[in-house]
Each structure stands twice: as structure tokens, then as C-alpha cells.
Ligand binder design. Structure first.
Ligand code: SD4
Length: 329
């Protein structure tokens, strides 16, 4: 029988071991703090969105709390920033390309793994709804530019001017130097990627953006590329990206996050590993931002970014909150 002295010695030892392993884990895994934010006991429904998209989550939540489908929730959710002229990275009011034209990218995925996408779409306020129609009403996954616009108009969408006075003024100011650097200011963008798990346990996702400000005409980023800006596998979970799209495309970022979750990693850890992959492949990693959010089938969620300043909005039955994500730098 162990005596009391033995017991104290052993428990002191295990506390030390446990303590040091926790410290080691925290050092090796800066995302572990984020991981602790997962609330598996409140598994569903839940919605998570990149950046401080609380209002978008509210719209998604009103679908989810009425037993609505994840697909309807994410479409309703991302339409909020798409229609908001103050949001300079998405839809109406988005920053134009270097020629002063607002061009939009969006995609959507349903729990069956179907997807729809529009790229380089002009004049339509809600590209996400056009992407959904591409998914549901055409034999294709992706429509671009003029063809996407033609399809949108034939589907009943109306042609609008999406360049607001404020965005035009900022573009005119930019033209004075016309200096395009492939640098995304971390305070200055808020593309929305949204993932929802509904009451039936199904996951869907949506992503929509006006892309990098003052990009070359015709440039398409990661956001409408299935696997890059967004990926959903209803057996595992979903992920969405924001930041410099060129870097996300190179590692098929959102697909990578989902595959890392498939291997057993928690959402925040999977996001961190994908960010590390990008950092390791890009010597200029200090000059751009990347952020991922992820949600798994259990309703666990997380996010992670390259630089500080990225966060995500969460809404479940317990809380409605903005989280600052952990970052590598
Ligand atoms: C893009 N990923 O077009 C987008 C930009 C972005 O917030 O995330 N902006 O590269």
C-alpha cells in the first residue's frame, strides 16, 4: 500500500509532468488556446464566419434556430455583407479593380458536396445567390464574367451599379500612385467565409468577396475556388479562408484544413497547420495575411491566422461572440 508520503510525491511528480507537458503543448501548439474554445456539448446548430460578421451570423442563425437548412442559413448570412455598402470587401460597396470596376467572386457548397461558383461577376449585388443557382440549375460548377452575368440576368437578378461614391473616391485617390502591392492590410479586409451546422447535423458553407482591392482586371482570388476559399465535406466538416488569395490557392487551403480534420485534428489545429504550410512555402510570409476558420461535424470550431488581427464570429445556442484567433506571428 502506498503511504501518504509516496502519494504526495507521486502526485507532485504527475502535476509537474502534466504541467510541463501542458506548457510544451502550448509552446508547440499556439492554437491550443483556440481549441479550448470549442464547445462540443453545444454541438448544433452553430454558425461561424470569418471576421467580425456578427450581423451575418444573426441572419444565418434566424434560419438555423427555426430548424432551417445549413445551406439556406449560409446564403442568408453572407447576403448581409454583400448588401452592405459600408463593407468594402464584399458585394455592393466593394473596392473596385484598378480600372474602377467592381468584380465579384463567390461560391457555395451543400452537404451533398455539390458546389456552385461565380467569378469575375459584375453588376449583381448578391453573387452568392447566383452561385447557388449555378449549383442547382445548371450542369456546371463555375460561371465566369460575361457568361455569369448573362445567366444571372436570365435567372431574374437585376443589373446594378455596385461602385459607391466612397469606393470610387478611394479608388481615385489610389490612382494618384497606382501602386499595387500584393500586400493585404490585415485591418483592411473582411471577405466573408461562413460555415453552418444545422439541427439535422448537416454542414454547408459559403464564401463571397470583391477580392483584392485594385487588383488587375480579370484577377480571380481564392474565394470562389472550391477547395481554396471554401470546402465542405459533410462527413468531416468545413473550412473557409480569407487573406491573400494567391497564397491560399497554392496550397488548396480550405481542402487542406478539411483533410487535416479528417486525420483527427481539431479545427483550430487544422487551421494552424495549414497556415504553417503557407508560411513554410512563402519566404515573403511577413508581407501578407491569411486566416482560416473551420467547423467539424461535432460542432467544434476554431480559427487561426498568420498575423495577429484576424478573428471570427460565432453563434450557437450558448453564445454570440467575436473571437480573436491565435496567430503564428
Ligand atoms: C482574395 N481572399 O480575393 C480574398 C481577399 C480577402 O478579405 O480575403 N479579403 O484574395
Amino acid at each position: 500500500m502506498p503511504d501518504r508520503r509516496d502519494f504526495i510525491k507521486k502526485s507532485a511528480m504527475s502535476t509537474t509532468i502534466l504541467g510541463s507537458s501542458l506548457i510544451l503543448e502550448a509552446c508547440a501548439n499556439p492554437g491550443s488556446k483556440e481549441q479550448a474554445l470549442s464547445t462540443p456539448e453545444v454541438s448544433k446548430p452553430v454558425v461561424i464566419a470569418t471576421w467580425n460578421n456578427i450581423k451575418a451570423n444573426d441572419a444565418a442563425w434566424s434560419v438555423l434556430e427555426n430548424n432551417g437548412a445549413a445551406l439556406d442559413a449560409v446564403e442568408a448570412g453572407v447576403k448581409i455583407p454583400e448588401g452592405d455598402p459600408e463593407d468594402r470587401s464584399v458585394g455592393y460597396g466593394g473596392r473596385p479593380d484598378r480600372d474602377g470596376k467592381v468584380t465579384l467572386d463567390a461560391c457555395i457548397m451543400n452537404p451533398e458536396g455539390d458546389c456552385g461558383s461565380v467569378v469575375f461577376l459584375e453588376h449583381i449585388k448578391h453573387p452568392i445567390s447566383v452561385a447557388r443557382k449555378v449549383m442547382e440549375d445548371t450542369p456546371h460548377v463555375m460561371l465566369a464574367g460575361e457568361g455569369a452575368l448573362k445567366f444571372a440576368l436570365e435567372s431574374g437578378f437585376t443589373k446594378e451599379n455596385l461602385l459607391t461614391e466612397a469606393s470610387e473616391k478611394a479608388w481615385q485617390e489610389w490612382l494618384k500612385t497606382a501602386d499595387y502591392k500584393p500586400v493585404i492590410n490585415i485591418e483592411n479586409h473582411d471577405t466573408i467565409g461562413m460555415l453552418a451546422l444545422d439541427d439535422a447535423g448537416d454542414i454547408a458553407g459559403a464564401c463571397t468577396t470583391s477580392g483584392a482591392a485594385y487588383k488587375m482586371r480579370g484577377r480571380v482570388g481564392d474565394s470562389p475556388i472550391i477547395g481554396a476559399g471554401l470546402y465542405v465535406d459533410n462527413e468531416v466538416g468545413g473550412a473557409a479562408a480569407t487573406g491573400l488569395g494567391e497564397k491560399v490557392i497554392k496550397v488548396v487551403g480550405s481542402y487542406l484544413v478539411v483533410e487535416l480534420m479528417r486525420q483527427g485534428n481539431a479545427p483550430a489545429d487544422a487551421c494552424r497547420m495549414a497556415v504553417e504550410r503557407i508560411k513554410n512555402k512563402n519566404p515573403d510570409y511577413r508581407d501578407f495575411q491569411i486566416g482560416f476558420v473551420a467547423l467539424n461535424k461535432k460542432g467544434e470550431y476554431g480559427g487561426f491566422s498568420l498575423h495577429k488581427g484576424f478573428g471570427y464570429a460565432l453563434h450557437n445556442s450558448l453564445e454570440k461572440k467575436y473571437f480573436e484567433a491565435a496567430s503564428l506571428l
